[in-house]
Ligand binder design. Structure first.
Ligand code: NDP
Length: 320
């Protein structure tokens, strides 16, 4: 008797990463014969609520879960509502993991984030350093809730033999991101600002000096790696999904790529009265390299061009 085809439930299926996974599954042949993939949004089940979580698991009876759903927000919202981010995310994660366990889900792949790393640290940061000291103050609620996923995964394995694991992507960008000026991720907010500055013939105002360095990963690359983790990666310990350390680049280089992609020829002004955030958060992708030495990442300029094109063509439906 062969094994039963997977029934995969993707929580947070309507977000940036969820939409990319849906694309890879439906358009790039990521779905194998007989598999059933379901992409959830918060309207179908509010996962903060245990009854709704149980009901949606009862409805789809998943064998595998990709857990992306999270209460996420911009820097300022996090600083105002750390407790709220902590409690909602603790609940969402506990509801999803415990319900998965109760229903015999074989594998869960959850999503941590590079902002959970310790604030005071040496670089590069790797998977073994997650719990070495408190995360940055600004989003301690969200970060501690995310860290607890790793602790729970360890517990479900030790006590119940469950193979629940997690990935840690660095800064993800791509179609379906949040392009809001204030709450969006840095690249998407900058794409929207550049688009608006071009339309209005005004200078492009970039918050901060442009010197902080970041590693950016295209959402479709994250999605392809998620499928590999779901099917092949057998560890409980998390794995960082990132381009290499040498590809960490100053935000002002990315701004130039965005200006090129949108054909913006106006003036670019760096507003140094605005906060820069952390100057760098260099993450090591050595573990991923060991497993997948031949994986090719989408070059940043190409991913930016594709995302800008998507934004321009889908302005009406984009989250702005
Ligand atoms: P998005 O903000 O684009 O999407 C969030 C998703 O979570 C949406 O599908 C949303 O549903 C769902 N959601 C939020 N609250 C609830 C709830 N109470 N019940 C059910 N569903 C809910 O997130 P991303 O795609 O950017 O992120 C996905 C995961 O990756 C998250 O766990 C995030 O922490 C993590 N991550 C993201 C990074 C990034 O750079 N984007 C970097 C590292 C980690 P709805 O659309 O209905 O609101």
């Amino acid at each position: 008797m062969g094994t039963e085809p997977m029934r995969v439930l993707v929580t947070g299926g309507s977000g940036l990463v969820g939409k990319a996974i849906e694309h890879v599954v439906k358009q790039e042949g990521g779905c194998l014969e007989g598999e059933q993939w379901t992409f959830l949004c918060s309207k179908e089940a509010n996962l903060v609520d245990l009854q709704q979580t149980r009901a949606v698991f009862e409805k789809y009876r998943p064998t595998h879960v990709i857990h992306l759903a999270a209460k996420v927000g911009g820097l300022y919202l996090h600083m105002k509502e750390n407790l709220h981010f902590l409690r909602d995310n603790l609940r969402i994660n506990d509801n999803v993991l415990q319900t998965s366990h109760e229903r015999g889900v074989t594998k869960v792949v959850s999503c941590l984030s590079s902002c959970i790393f310790p604030d005071k640290t040496t670089y590069p940061i790797d998977e073994s350093m997650i719990h070495n000291g408190p995360p940055h103050d600004s989003n301690f609620g969200y970060s501690h809730a995310k860290r607890m996923i790793d602790i729970q995964n360890r517990g479900y394995f030790e006590q119940h033999g469950r193979r629940y694991t997690a990935v840690i992507p660095t800064n993800v960008y791509g179609p379906y991101d949040n392009f809001n000026f204030e709450n969006g991720h840095v690249l998407s907010a900058l794409m929207h600002k550049t688009y608006a500055a071009k339309k209005e013939g005004t200078p492009l105002q970039v918050w901060g000096s442009g010197t902080p360095r970041r590693q950016f990963i295209y959402s479709l690359d994250v999605a392809r790696l998620f499928l590999w983790v779901l099917r092949e990666y057998d560890e409980i310990d998390p794995i960082i999904l990132s381009v290499g350390e040498e590809e960490e680049l100053p935000i002002k280089d990315a701004v130039e790529m965005i200006a090129d992609a949108l054909d913006f020829k106006g003036q670019i002004v760096f507003d140094t009265s605005k906060s820069d955030g952390q100057m760098k958060k260099t993450a090591s992708n050595a573990k991923l390299q060991r497993y997948l030495p031949d994986f090719t990442f989408t070059p940043l300029s190409e991913g930016i061009k594709k995302t800008c094109d998507w934004f321009v063509n889908n302005y009406d439906i984009a989250r702005t």
